[in-house]
Design a protein around this ligand. Structure first.
Ligand SMILES: Nc1ncnc2c1ncn2[C@@H]1O[C@H](COP(=O)(O)OP(=O)(O)OP(=O)(O)O)[C@@H](O)[C@H]1O
Ligand SMILES: [Mg+2]
Length: 286
């Protein structure tokens, strides 16, 4: 893993213009500049402990805006834990303690003045198991809008989100039916629609296709490519081919909660710097 270079960018200057995340934010920036030209997220020495057990070790990584970043690595290496650091979902786990800094649009999300609920509106999340609410398709998608007291045209936004999630054509005549009556792949696209309806900047996805069949998986992969034109996507996947297919950058976590290498996806898969990464990617372990 390369270290960030010290650089004038990424400091206060970076938050003076309307930047992603600026309305969850006061104004302070990371001390060192970005690895990546326009990082939307900068993790600096993030460590996570569950009680006395350390699950992540000083993770430093810059996530580029409006690209797909894949996080891969063997079970238990801390991928989900890292994802949960980004929108402070680890706050909800009482034994979890986070150290370090995580900047979103130049603002450390762990600063005292950050409202985690406002943060999660900007950084949506999709989980491994599709988890629609026992509500109508329309109300599932509108859920985040209700919470933020959205005062625009809800039906128009629901339609836009369902189109964005490539589900509209399949459900437009049954918006009042329960989200639970959809197929697994449709439910996952419904959850993606729910995540993008509040117009977030980042969408976190934790193995979003691993419970789906190949056709539904391929639909989700196409969808991720589409939504990354508008949103930053960070996706955890166990599927190496999937990471290679859909991501621009890849971070490889290995056992012990270490980020061993983070680089362009092509570099990681074709010519990684670390033997351990090559061994993992070629299936020698993991
Ligand atoms: N809520 C929790 N309480 C205690 N320990 C936890 C908790 N969640 C995760 N851990 C531990 O932290 C480590 C990292 O777990 P995490 O779920 O982040 O790994 P992962 O890379 O997402 O694994 P998988 O690929 O199996 O989903 C593991 O050792 C796990 O047992
Ligand atoms: Mg996980």
């Amino acid at each position: 893993m390369s270290e960030p270079e010290t650089d004038a960018e990424g400091t206060d200057e970076a938050v003076s213009s309307p930047t992603p995340g600026s309305n969850i934010a006061g104004a302070s920036g990371p001390e060192s500049g970005p690895l990546i030209e326009e990082p939307i997220i900068q993790s600096k020495d993030i460590s996570v402990f569950y009680g006395d057990e350390q699950a992540l070790q000083e993770i430093t990584m810059d996530i580029p805006e409006k690209q797909v970043t894949a996080l891969i690595g063997p079970s238990g290496c801390g991928k989900s834990t890292f994802l949960r650091c980004v929108n402070r979902m680890n706050d909800l786990i009482t034994s979890a303690r986070v150290e370090g800094e995580l900047y979103f649009g130049g603002k450390n999300v762990y600063d005292d003045d950050v409202d985690p609920v406002a943060l999660r509106r900007k950084i949506g999340m999709v989980f491994q198991q599709p988890n629609p609410f026992p509500k109508s398709i329309r109300d599932n998608v509108a859920y985040g809008l209700d919470i933020q007291e959205f005062d625009g045209d809800v039906d128009a936004r629901v339609e836009e989100a369902l189109k964005g999630a490539a589900l509209w054509d399949e459900v437009k005549d049954q918006l009042d039916e329960s989200g639970l009556e959809l197929s697994g792949g449709q439910q996952q696209r419904l959850c993606i629609a729910r995540a993008i309806a509040p117009d977030p900047e980042v969408v976190l996805m934790d193995e979003p296709a691993s419970a789906l069949d190949p056709v539904a998986t391929s639909q989700i992969e196409d969808l991720i490519a589409d939504i990354s034109e508008e949103y930053t996507v960070i996706i955890v996947t166990h599927n190496m081919q999937q990471a290679a297919r859909i991501s621009d950058k890849t971070g490889v976590f290995l056992t012990g909660g270490e980020l061993v290498e983070f680089d362009d996806t092509q570099k990681i898969f074709e010519n990684p710097d670390h033997q351990r990464v090559e061994d993992y990617i070629t299936g020698k372990f993991g």
